[in-house]
Every structure is written in structure tokens, then in C-alpha cells.
Design a protein around this ligand. Structure first.
Ligand SMILES: Cc1cc2nc3c(=O)[nH]c(=O)nc-3n(C[C@H](O)[C@H](O)[C@H](O)COP(=O)(O)OP(=O)(O)OC[C@H]3O[C@@H](n4cnc5c(N)ncnc54)[C@H](O)[C@@H]3O)c2cc1C
Length: 272
């Protein structure tokens, strides 16, 4: 090979942006959130996920995992809501990031928890457990959610009360949001439930739906989802997704996708 050929060999573009950590907030010893700078060319639809990670240790390969983007598509920075797994290859290290550190950000956001994958309707239920709340932080701050639906209902299920991260956000702070504050005041409901500690509402979503309590609590007509009017997004563990998907289908709703919008869509919040 000539030296010219060596010089002209194309430089392989990195599949990742290297972004700065802007802030970190620890909710509990199992949960934290952080903000990253957003590259100008990085586009996504509210509700999508992307690979994020850290460079490998001692020159090893980078460690990357899928993460829902918790900020809406219009935001200047990117927000993430994360678990801390004690011996997790990524989060054992990620939980120690500080403002100014660098995090790798994939260039290809994707996913099915997007408004485009749902047909029109009256009520949008965003139902998630644990860090499965993350995509709703994005979708429920997107003006399109409020223009397409009369009501947006964020349902968050956790084991313990202090895992209700973003409770203050949904009950108060979002009302001051310059873009969707007025819509949130008029159209957004927040519906938390806790399974392993006393709380104003307890139990799993499948039980709250089967007993009709969810519909009564929200002042809705009937005790089932209505396939003509209700649209649903689901995000949580594999078991949650499976049980909820089957339950929702038994109410007559049909799963949608980017290619063929439907009545509900789902995504796993983690593998395991
Ligand atoms: C589409 C998609 C979107 C995701 N979005 C998020 C997100 O927004 N926030 C987030 O924290 N994680 C999210 N995850 C999970 C994430 O990809 C990693 O699994 C997580 O960051 C832990 O990485 P780790 O390398 O530390 O441990 P891993 O080796 O990846 O996981 C170790 C074990 O920890 C448990 N675990 C992993 N993630 C979670 C979780 N989120 N909640 C409860 N238990 C978990 C599982 O039992 C898993 O087997 C998502 C996963 C997928 C597939």
C-alpha cells in the first residue's frame, strides 16, 4: 500500500456522541436521574430509547445499554432516569457520574412508545413500573400528547413509596412548564400505586384494572378500557408487559407499531 493510500483511508465515524453530564439527582440508593448535553444533530421522537454508556475500563470495549430518553423531543438537554444495579456492568459505574463527566450517546434513537404508533382516541394511558416511568417523562411533556388526547393519565407502579420519583413533578412542577403547563393542569392526571408499603393506593395495575378501581378512581365511565377511545402505552418488566398486554387485549384493544398504528404499544424497561 502506498503512503497516499494510507493517508486517504476513510476514518471510521464513531457510532457515539461523547456528551457532558450536566446534572445528577439521586432519588434513592436504587434510582437516579441525570442530564446530558444534546448534540445539535441528535433528533428523536418523544418516547424513544437510545444506547448510552461509558468507555471501557483499562482500554476495554465501551459498556452500553438501552435507555429511554426521559426528556421531550423539543428539549435542549437529554434527561435519563436510571436504576442502580450493584454489580451491573454499566450502572455500578454510571451511578457515580458527576457534572462534567463524559457519557457515550448512541446516534440512532428508536422505539415503539411513540404517539405515531397509536391511533387517535380520547384518553392516553401511560402505564409504567419502576424506571418504566422514563418514557412518560418524555411523552407527557410533548404538546402533541395534549393536542391528540383529551386526557393524559400517567400511571406509575413501584414497590416502595420513595421510589415514586417525579411525584412532585407530576403533581406540581409540570404545571409551571412554559410549553405544556396549562395543558397539564387541565388534561393530565397522575396515578401512582405502591405494592409493598402502605400508601394512599396499593396494588398491581392488573388488580386495579380487574377490580375496576382504576376506572372508578379516575372518574371514568365503565370498568373496562374502551377500544374506541382509550389508547395505552406500557413500559416495565417482561412479566408486567406480558400480563398487562394480555389483559388489555381481553378488553378488545389491538397492539400497534410504527408501521401499523394500533390501540396500545409496549416496550420492556429492562431485560431480565
Ligand atoms: C428498550 C429498553 C429501554 C431501557 N430503558 C431504561 C431506562 O430508561 N432506565 C433504566 O434504568 N434502565 C433502562 N433499561 C435497562 C438498561 O438497558 C440496563 O439494563 C440497566 O441500565 C442496567 O445496566 P447494568 O449494565 O448495570 O446491568 P444489566 O446487566 O443490564 O442488568 C442486570 C440486572 O438488573 C436488573 N435490571 C436492569 N435494568 C433494570 C431496571 N431499569 N429496573 C429494574 N431492574 C433492572 C435486571 O434483572 C437485569 O438482569 C432499558 C432496557 C431496554 C431493553
Amino acid at each position: 500500500m502506498t503512503s497516499a493510500a494510507v493517508q486517504d483511508a476513510p476514518v471510521k465515524a464513531s457510532p457515539f456522541f461523547e456528551e457532558k453530564v450536566l446534572w445528577v439527582k439521586h432519588w434513592t440508593d436504587r434510582l437516579f436521574s441525570f442530564g446530558l448535553s444534546r448534540p445539535e444533530s441528535f433528533r428523536f421522537r418523544s418516547g424513544e430509547f437510545v444506547m448510552i454508556g461509558l468507555p471501557g475500563e483499562d482500554g476495554g470495549k465501551p459498556v452500553l445499554r438501552a435507555y429511554s430518553i426521559a426528556s421531550p423531543s423539543w428539549a435542549e438537554e437529554l434527561e435519563f432516569f436510571s436504576i442502580k444495579v450493584e454489580d451491573g456492568p454499566l450502572t455500578s459505574r454510571l451511578q457515580k457520574i458527576q457534572p462534567g463527566d463524559t457519557v457515550l450517546l448512541g446516534k440512532k434513537p428508536t422505539g415503539t412508545l411513540v404517539l405515531d404508533a397509536l391511533k387517535g382516541g380520547k384518553r392516553l394511558f401511560l402505564i409504567g413500573t419502576g424506571t418504566g416511568l422514563a418514557p412518560w417523562l418524555s411523552v407527557a411533556r410533548d404538546p402533541e400528547a395534549f393536542s391528540r388526547f383529551e386526557k393524559v393519565i400517567v400511571c406509575h407502579g413501584v414497590r416502595e413509596v420513595d421510589e415514586l420519583a417525579y411525584r412532585d413533578f407530576y403533581t406540581a412542577d409540570i404545571h409551571d412548564d412554559p410549553l405544556v403547563g396549562d395543558e397539564a393542569k387541565a388534561q393530565l392526571s397522575y396515578y401512582p400505586t405502591v405494592t409493598r408499603q402502605p400508601f394512599e393506593r396499593q396494588g398491581r395495575f392488573t388488580d386495579l384494572i380487574n377490580s375496576g378501581r382504576l376506572f372508578r378512581d379516575l372518574g371514568l365511565d365503565g370498568e373496562k378500557f374502551n377500544a374506541d377511545e382509550d389508547r395505552i402505552m406500557l413500559c416495565g418488566s417482561m412479566d408486567f408487559i406480558k400480563d398487562m398486554g394480555a389483559l388489555i387485549e381481553s378488553h378488545g384493544l389491538i397492539e400497534g407499531s410504527n408501521a401499523e398504528p394500533g390501540d396500545y404499544v409496549l416496550e420492556r424497561a429492562f431485560v431480565g
